[in-house]
Design a protein. Structure first.
Lengths: 161, 161
DNA sequence: CTCATTGCAAATAATTTGCATGTAA
DNA sequence: TTACATGCAAATTATTTGCAATGAG
């Protein structure tokens, strides 16, 4: 399972993006009367420092390298929190695992998925972005996120056959 | 020009489309030495007669109204077969259920999903279709299927709030 | 006859939840 | 002090699988 980011160098979220994400979370927690704990801080920091498409499994491993006593239920609960407040988006690519992305990032790229090797390649196309806004407007939808995934066989797997 | 299919909810696949699907299945089964059984016939017929986005649950209910002794494992196995031979596509809209669509149909429309009421609206836009082909070509992908989903709040739910 | 297929129940796998204990505020 | 949060294990949910019996070719 490989992620091709070569086509979009400098793809790491900017400090500004991260600060915006933290602010959304802070506001949501304040509004709901939620508390800031060591676990939430570690999980959020780890998530924000991770590449896209992290699974709960991967995240838990990385979180435990900082604090081994974090339970997996807490990771699930915190990622659900991040999703609710709009910082993260859930994705299912068909391999049975739920993955998470920074919401801001997922609005800037989409995915090509190889059904042979499960490899994920990112792509970006502004034309599609604007068409999406147009379609949402046509139906009176307030757009929150989107998924655009192309499934097929990648060049490498075609050659290997 | 884009075609709004959501305003044609009574849409059904043409006889030709259905015949093509049956032929793909027949060819696949012949090639793999698979057998035609009562259960498979009922399940396939029911699937082809169903609206898009059927879940296993819904399908099983409809199948059992024809033949009450069909087991749910058989429905799973048959839908997997339909997916393998290219007749059906699996989809996950985030409500925890896997849904299935006729592959031909899913290449002609995409989805707007309301995260408040879980309502699914279909849309179609030819521009996106051709951009997808272009992107796949750019990465050397042999395209098999795609998912394009816009998540947000529908007009009705916005008003209700 | 042979071997694919089926139904059932048990097994998996991912995620959620109940609850006693811990801890921000 | 007062809820919210956590860890753990048990519960849930969707899907898969083992296996003996059945049935297609």
């Amino acid at each position: 399972m490989s992620v091709d980011r070569a086509s979009h160098p400098g793809h790491t979220p900017s400090e500004e993006t991260l600060e915006q994400a933290r602010e959304m979370l802070r506001a949501y927690m304040a509004r709901k009367g939620l508390r800031s704990t060591d676990q939430r801080r570690v999980i959020v920091d780890t998530f924000l420092a991770s590449a896209d498409h992290v699974s709960i499994e991967e995240l838990l491993t990385r979180v435990r390298s900082h604090d081994p006593r974090v339970g997996y239920a807490t990771v699930y609960r915190t990622l659900k929190l991040l999703t609710e407040c709009g910082v993260a988006n859930e994705r299912q690519f068909g391999d049975g695992l739920t993955r998470f992305e920074l919401a801001d990032e997922s609005s800037h790229h989409d995915h090509l998925i190889c059904t042979a090797c499960n490899g994920i390649t990112e792509f970006e196309d502004e034309r599609v972005e604007s068409i999406q806004d147009e379609i949402a407007a046509r139906y009176g939808f307030r757009l929150r996120s989107h998924k655009h995934e192309l499934y097929g066989i990648c060049q490498t797997c075609q050659a290997r056959k």
